[in-house]
Write a protein that binds this ligand. Structure first.
Ligand code: FE2
Length: 313
């Protein structure tokens, strides 16, 4: 151990992490070292909880295995939203999913944002904290979008160091999510799947694998989705996202505004057959339907997870 942290061997060489992160990275169930959270996500289907359904969930306590919320929606110091999520958390495991950290940006990491995230983590004790492998602002401008990175060695080193910085700051692993993209960079020197896998290897972070995003990118950019998924480090996959896209334009648009497409269900089924069951979330962010529709989508995912359990048994 060095004065400023632990040295961890990775395929890219030694990296230095803090005591707290080292404890999280090396912790094993049953050991004396605490895990990253005292609650793990159930290996079951969860639902992305958005404000239109908060009151229903509090009142009815529907039989959903777990929920995920957008971290930034609960950054206020108080108020009804935070009180509502406290009550949800009392009844369900919870994951925090960030959309605003801009991990890939060349601006300095936003310490105020990180402080708010750390405060929320301490409050709700989430089973998982995740962010997107993307950038959403530069030079102080915020674009309110999840923008893709060029897949270069330089971008890999940059975003990996930022993820390590965030993990160090929070004292825990985070999961990073592959994003959908509608442009590709001429400068890219490796395919997306190599870039994503290398980020995980370099940083020791977890992977939030969005199977819908893989499908959307595979169609739009013309690669093999199964090949991409086979290249993912299965032991790092802590969560899977499923969502719906809009197929009516010249390319698929990842809207999170529709049911999961049959092709994505099929890809998800093959993924679970290959890697084993994982916590799986239904995301729906625009034109949000009745809660029963989300429950039906979650039931589809649960059936596939159960199928895999039956095969494995
Ligand atoms: Fe997602």
């Amino acid at each position: 151990m060095r004065d400023d942290g632990w040295q961890v061997g990775t395929p890219e060489g030694l990296i230095t992490v803090s005591d707290a992160l080292a404890a999280a990275l090396f912790a094993q169930p049953g050991s004396d070292v605490p895990m990253t959270s005292r609650h793990d996500l159930p290996i079951a289907a969860g639902i992305g909880l958005r404000s239109p359904h908060l009151a229903h969930v509090q009142a009815e306590r529907p039989p959903v295995a777990w929920f995920e919320v957008h971290s930034e929606n609960y950054f206020a110091d108080g108020g009804p939203a935070l009180a509502a999520i406290d009550r949800v958390r009392a009844d369900y495991p919870l994951a925090l999913h960030g959309v605003g950290l801009s991990l890939g940006s060349t601006d300095p990491l936003d310490r105020a944002h990180l402080d708010k995230l750390a405060t929320l983590i301490a409050r709700v004790e989430p089973a998982l904290v995740s962010e997107h492998l993307c950038w959403s602002g530069v030079a102080g401008l915020h674009f309110n979008d999840l923008l893709p990175l060029p897949f270069t060695g330089e971008a890999l080193a940059h975003v990996s160091s930022r993820i390590a910085e965030v993990q160090d700051y929070l004292g825990r692993q985070i999961a990073v999510e592959n994003v959908s993209a509608y442009v590709a960079f001429d400068d890219s020197t490796m395919p997306e799947w190599e870039f994503v896998a290398a980020v995980v290897r370099r940083t020791g972070c977890k992977l939030l694998l969005d199977v819908n995003n893989v499908y959307v990118n595979a169609v739009n950019h013309g690669f093999d989705a199964d090949g991409y998924l086979a290249a993912m480090p299965r032991e790092a996959i802590a969560e899977i996202h499923l969502a719906g896209f809009d197929p009516t334009g010249p390319c698929l648009i990842d809207t999170h505004g529709a049911r999961v497409a049959p092709e994505v269900w099929a890809l998800y089924r093959r993924t679970i057959a290959r890697i084993g069951p994982r916590p799986t979330l239904i995301e729906w962010d625009i034109d949000i339907p009745e809660f029963s529709v989300l429950e039906a989508e979650a039931a589809m995912a649960a059936a596939i997870l159960a199928d895999r359990d039956a095969v494995a048994a």
